[in-house]
Every structure is written in C-alpha cells, then in structure tokens.
Design a protein around this ligand. Structure first.
Ligand SMILES: Cc1ncc(C[n+]2csc(CCOP(=O)(O)OP(=O)(O)O)c2C)c(N)n1
Ligand SMILES: [Mg+2]
Length: 741
C-alpha cells in the first residue's frame, strides 16, 4: 500500500517560483497547462450555456460539472482516450472534454437531438457515452457504474491473457462475436468516478473488494464536494473521510488531493495510473472539490448552506485559481487569457447555434435497439434439429439425460467452441484452492446443484471461478465484461437472492444498448435456479417471480420444462446478442419427466416458440416450467375420465412469447386456461389473459381462467406448500370446470 497526501495550500505554488519556458509542473509542460485551462474554462462555460438554455426552455435538464474541472482535466491528461476505459459520472464534463468530446456533442444531448452521439435523445445531458473514446454509457443511479468498471478491467485482462479469444472465428453460424470488435491493451487502465455520497452505496464496497482481490488496474476517483444533494459528508461517511475508511484495502495505491488544483491532481493521477499500468493493483484518488452551482438546476443550495460556507468554497474555485496561477507563473498574460476565452466563447456560440438546429429523433425510432439489430434469436437460424442419438453397442435405448445433465453438457460444448465464455458466481468452481484439485485431494463441487461440475477442471480457473457472495457484483462485473466482448454465463444461486442484483439487471444490463443508441451492448446470460415443489424449500428457496423480469424491456426471459428444451434454449441464449435471464426449475433438474438423449453440440431452439405438449380440441392450457408436467397429468386424467381433449402449450420462452401458437389454439378450442407457479395476482398469466380478452374476445366461449399459487410466500411445512402451490388436482378441476362452461 502506498499513500500520498498533498497539502492543498501548497500545491499550486509548489513549482511556481520561476517562469522558465522549459519548466515542468508535475511533469506537465506550459503548453499542456494552457490546454488544461482551455478545457477547464470550456467546461465551465458549457455549464453556463446550458443553464441559460434551460432557463430559455430550449433544453430540458442541466447538471453541472462546475468545481470539478481540476480533477477532471488531470485525469484526462493522465489517461489515454481510446486506449484506457472510462466509467465517468455526471460531474465529469471536463474529463470528457479533455478526452476529446466536443461541446457541440454535449449540446446535442441537451436538446435531445437524433444526432446526440451519447444516446440519440434518450438520456439526460451529462450522461456520457462515446464508444470510440472508450467512454462507456452511464446511467443515473448513483454508483451502478462502479462494478461494471471492475468487469471492464477484468475483460481487458482476460483478453490480454487469452489473446486467441479475441478474433472473430470463421464459422458458418453467426454468433454475437461477429458484432463485437474486441480491442485490448496489456497495460490499459479503467477509470471510474463517483461522488462522496455515492461511496455509501453497497456496490461501491463490492467493487473495491473485487478490485483489490483481483489486483485489477482500476482507478477509483471519489470527487468529494462535501455534499450529496443536501446531505453533508459527515452525515454520509463515518468519520467524514472516505480515504480513512478505505485505507485497509490491500493492493491499492492511495492518493488524497486538492481536486481544485489541476497540477496536484495530475501528479496524484499520474502516480495512481502508474501503479495500475504496472500491474500492481487498483488505485484510489480522493479529490476534494467544490460544488458552486448547487446539486442541479432543480436544487437551490442556499436552503441548506449559508453564504459564509459558499463563499469559503468560492475562494477555491478551480477555474479562477488556475487562471491566477497561469498569470502568476507568466504562462499566459492577460491578453493571452482574454484571447483564449474569446476563442472558447466563439466555439460555444457556433456549437449552440448548430445544436439548436439539430433535428429531434423520430417517434417511430423508440423501439430501435431494445434488442440487438444484428442477431434475431427468434429467427430460423436458431432452429436446428437434434442429432440422432448414438445407440449404445448393446443395442439398448440411448441414455435419457436429465435437465441438469444437458445444461452441464451444453455449457461444456459451448465453452469448447467459444473461448470468450466465462462462468462465475457463488460456488460454481470445482474448488477455489486449485492445489487440492491438482493433487487430487478433492473431486470438486461445481455449484450447489452441481451443474458446473468439472468445468473448472477442464477450462481452468480463468474461465470458471468463484466470486465473493455479492449478487450485484456478479451481474455488474458480467455487464462490464460483456461490454468488452466476453460472454459471461453467470449463476445466481437461488432466484430468491437475485434482488441485490436487481438494479444492475433492470437499470443497466437490460437498457445499455437502448440508452446508448446501440453504442454499447452487454449480452450476458444469467442462469438462475428457481421454483418450489421442493418439500422444505420454504420462503427463501422456492420463490418464482418471473413476471418482474418479463416486465423489463431489453431482457430475454427463458423458462424450460425439460432437458432437450433446456439444452436448445441455453445454446441460443449463449450465442445470441441480447442479455438473457435463463430460469432453471430446481425441481425439474433431475426429474424423470422430460429426460432426453443428448441432442448434439449445435442444437438450438429459437426464442419465442412454444411447444404443444399435448394436442387437443376442447380447451387450451397455457403454461411453462414445473406446471407443465402437472398440467399434463391433469389433462391426461381429464381425457381418460371425461373424454375432454386439452391442448397443452408449454411456452418455454416468456419474453418474447409465442402469441401465434396461443392464438391459433384458442381460435380452435374457444377456451383458455393460463397456469403458472408464481402467485396469482399481477403474475405472468395476467398478461396472457389480458391479451386473450383483448384480441380473441370473439373466439371465446368461456371466461379466461387462471390457476396459480395463492397470494402468499411458499411455506416450509409440506402440507402448507401443497396448499400454496398449484397442484395437479387444482389444474384438473379448473380444466374440467372450464370445459363444462
Ligand atoms: C441510487 C440512487 N439514489 C438516489 C439518486 C438521486 N441522486 C442523484 S445524485 C444524488 C447525490 C449524489 O451525491 P454525490 O455522490 O456526493 O455526488 P455529487 O452530486 O455531489 O457530485 C442523489 C441522491 C440516484 N440518482 N440514484
Ligand atoms: Mg458530493
């Protein structure tokens, strides 16, 4: 651990005694300082312009970077655009300008222009995204970028260690790799910034831990302006100093600096970056800055900060300080300053005029880039036939594999085919202490359900590894890696514990392509063990809740009921270019229902294609997952006892879902029952029932009915579990009643 502290009072003057042309300031030349001042001044004036435009109602929001210009420009000078990677936050205007973003680009986002390079009018201003500069799309939730930055650094390191994974292979089949141009550098650094308040988010600590554990080249920059909106730092951070709190993390280089001083900040950043480039681990730069323009234009800080405090801050204004410094050092005289400022004003005037003329996006464009425009996983390209199973030499039937078997086999097949697939999560490795495996002291675990058993053994610990127990980190890191071109296939151990990752799934993973107007994408696969009927699983090992996720645009949701479908759909999930939530019912993992022979290494099923499990003419039952075998049992009984022929549809894929198959069936049977394991109200079946009522009203001879769990959590005692979850008899009675209606 190394720590450097700069005395804020001394820094700017430190090198300022003479004015020789060749003098360096923490390694910066006089020309670089003039350039730095130009960036800082431009940044401040873009803020001022935006504030004016907002008051004139020509833009719709404003968030300033005022007071943060010193640290921003310093970071920009210490790092390389298009080489290093950047996860900035909204105050990083000066950093973006230093990296090469034009004020015009920023104004385009303010007016919400179609040509806004960050988002095409989809995101607020100061939500930077510039792919060619490696500035990765950011969102508004405070801190959700931090774990992704860690994943980004991991992705770069993976490609540096496994360069053969990077090129797009010659293959007859189009997979996501054809649309990911992977670039990486052996000594690249990932920058991530956040405010002082944001350091209270749990994801910050998960990211710090992961970066320290993996010794990743990430520079964390906390821009501490002393406030999170109106909450002062001593209420936010125990003891008032984030530097003090993080100082125990191993492998870090620490800097604490006056972030209003661009020279001292550059020195700090330079040392931090050197530590990272040298492969020694992450760095932490704690920059003390000011916030002269309130939190945003919607906030008036005079309500909670007295004038005396605001005046004290104003003394440290980075733009005026730097201007004074240049004058004092004789780097620019007054004329030079005036000239520079005039040039900036002229550039901004032109940029504003042009931006105000820019066309808004077309309303019809709203659904563009919800999903990949390049690969359609619902298309016939994903419709392949299973290979004929090998018949054993003794002439017996080919072995019927469980769903668990075929998921493992599919993962193994795909990992052999694609070096970019990596698997991580809690307990997924065979054994983290590799030497036990090597010395054959242990067999290995491979997941609490053993679905990843043997994969670390075959593919090594770079590709299959355990992570800390932190679900947001699993999904956030995967998102960052996928942004770089990897294909993380991560595991959430139980659906019941997916919630810490919810922010990453809903506000990041699913929306990155759309919000960046196709500038970035992150096709991660999240495998999740879900569901009940376990006798003893209780509240926290038995939940469903898939409709929470089918409600998220941009996320594919798959829920197979049998081995062959699991294999075909998992392969589609891995090869496609969208994020996929792959739900695996625990009760079905080793059930005798739905076992099948190995369908071969290229077997795929397109998304959004249902399967008719049992054809019929009298009543349509629409279901999926573990209700499929239960509904089948009920349908067979009804046919045996009453001669009623039920058409049973297994949706297999929940988003997209196969409306055509449902509609064709209900048009024939005129009766529909939707059955699902989740709680009844607001559940997945509600959407199907609503569509049936809306679009097939004329075809229906009976009301659309639902069978689902009671509106309570799943209980431990099996008698209670049985009463809560839909049973074959509940399905039988509902089918019978509906057929008699
Ligand atoms: C997860 C989340 N919670 C709340 C907010 C609302 N919010 C936006 S900025 C902010 C304060 C951030 O303070 P800090 O991290 O210190 O950054 P600063 O704005 O001071 O630079 C809050 C509460 C949000 N965007 N995201
Ligand atoms: Mg703050």
């Amino acid at each position: 651990m190394a720590t450097t502290k700069t005395d804020p009072k001394l820094a700017l003057a430190a090198n300022g005694a003479t004015s020789k042309k060749s003098k360096l300031y923490e390694g910066l030349t006089r020309d670089q300082l003039i350039q730095a001042y130009r960036v800082m001044y431009t940044s401040r004036r873009v803020d001022d312009r935006e504030i004016l435009l907002k008051r004139q109602q020509k833009i719709y929001f404003q968030m300033s970077g005022a007071g943060h210009e010193g640290i921003g420009v310093a970071a920009g000078l210490a790092l390389k655009a298009g080489y290093d990677w950047f996860y900035p936050y909204y105050r990083d205007r000066a950093l973006c300008l230093a990296l090469g973003v034009k004020p015009y680009d920023m104004f385009l986002q303010g007016v919400g222009a179609a040509s806004d390079p960050s988002s095409g009018g989809r995101q607020m201003p100061s939500h930077w995204s510039y792919p060619s500069l490696h500035i990765v799309t950011q969102s508004s939730p405070t801190g959700s970028q931090i774990l992704q930055a860690v994943g980004c650094a991991e992705g770069g390191r993976y490609f540096a260690r496994h360069p053969k994974a990077a090129p797009v292979p010659d293959s007859s089949f189009n997979d996501y790799r054809q649309f990911k141009n992977v670039t990486f550098q052996g000594d690249e650094v990932t920058y991530v910034s956040l405010g002082d308040g944001t350091s209270s988010e749990g994801e910050f600590w998960e990211a710090m831990n992961a970066a320290a554990l993996e010794k990743l080249p990430v520079v964390f920059c906390v821009e501490d302006n002393g406030y999170a909106i109106s909450v002062p730092v001593e209420v936010q951070t125990a003891g008032g100093s984030i530097s003090r709190l993080v100082s125990g993390f191993p492998n870090f280089h620490f800097e604490e600096v006056d972030g209003t001083d661009p020279i001292a900040s550059y020195g700090a950043f330079h040392r931090a970056v050197r530590h990272c480039r040298g492969g020694h681990g992450p760095a932490f730069v704690h920059a003390h800055v000011i916030r002269p323009y309130s939190h945003s234009l919607s906030d008036d800080e005079r309500l909670y900060r007295p004038d005396s405090e605001r005046e004290r801050d104003a003394q440290r204004d980075p733009v005026t300080r730097t201007q004074m410094f240049l004058l004092r050092e004789g780097i620019l005289d007054e004329k030079g300053i005036n000239q520079l400022e005039k040039e900036v004003e002229a550039e901004l005037q032109t940029a504003v005029d042009l931006a105000l003329e820019a066309l808004p996006p077309a309303p019809e464009s709203i659904t563009k880039f919800v999903y990949s425009p390049d690969i359609d996983p619902t298309s016939s390209a994903f419709d392949t036939q299973p290979v004929a199973p090998e018949v054993p030499a003794d002439g017996k039937k080919p072995a019927a594999k469980t769903m668990a078997d075929l998921i493992t086999t599919t993962l193994r097949d795909e990992m052999r085919r694609d070096d970019r697939i990596i698997i991580f999560g809690e307990d997924v490795a065979d054994c983290s202490r590799e030497e036990y495996l090597k010395r054959k002291l242990v067999k290995g675990k491979g997941g609490v359900f053993k679905l990843t058993f043997g994969l670390q053994n075959e593919f090594g610990p770079d590709r299959v590894f355990n992570t800390p127990l932190a679900e947001a980190a699993i999904v956030g890191r995967a998102t960052g890696m996928a942004t770089r071109g990897l294909k993380p296939v991560v595991e959430i151990q139980f659906f019941d514990y997916i919630w810490p990752a919810m922010m990453q799934i809903r506000d990041e993973l699913s929306v990155i392509r759309w919000r960046s107007n196709n500038g970035f994408s992150c096709p991660v696969v999240i495998r999740v063990a879900i569901g009940g009927y376990l006798t003893g699983g209780a509240i926290y090992h038995s939940q469903c809740g898939e409709s929470v996720f089918t409600h998220i645009p941009g996320l594919r949701v798959v829920f197979p009921s049998n081995s062959q479908d699991a294999a075909g759909l998992l392969r589609t999930a891995i090869r496609c270019d969208d994020p996929v939530l792959f739900l695996e019912h625990k009760r079905l993992y080793r059930e005798s229902f739905g076992r099948a022979a190995y369908p071969g290494p290229d077997y795929m099923i397109p998304f959004g294609k249902a399967k008719i499990v049992h054809p019929g003419t009298d009543l349509t039952v629409i279901t999926y997952g573990a209700v499929v075998p239960r509904a089948l049992q009920a349908a067979q009984k009804l046919e045996r006892e009453q001669g009623v022929k039920v058409e049973l549809i297994d949706l297999r894929c929940l988003n997209p879902f196969d409306w055509d198959t449902i509609a064709a069936s209900v048009a024939k049977t005129n009766r529909a029952l939707v059955a699902y394991e989740d709680t009844l109200s607001w559940g997945y079946g509600a959407e199907i029932a609503a569509r049936l009522a809306d679009q097939l009203f004329d075809k229906l001879d009976a009301p659309v009915r639902r069978v689902a769990a009671k509106d309570v959590f799943v209980a431990y005692q099996p008698i209670l579990e049985d009463a809560i979850l839909p049973q074959p008899n509940d399905l039988f009675l509902a089918m019978k009643e509906l057929s008699e209606y």
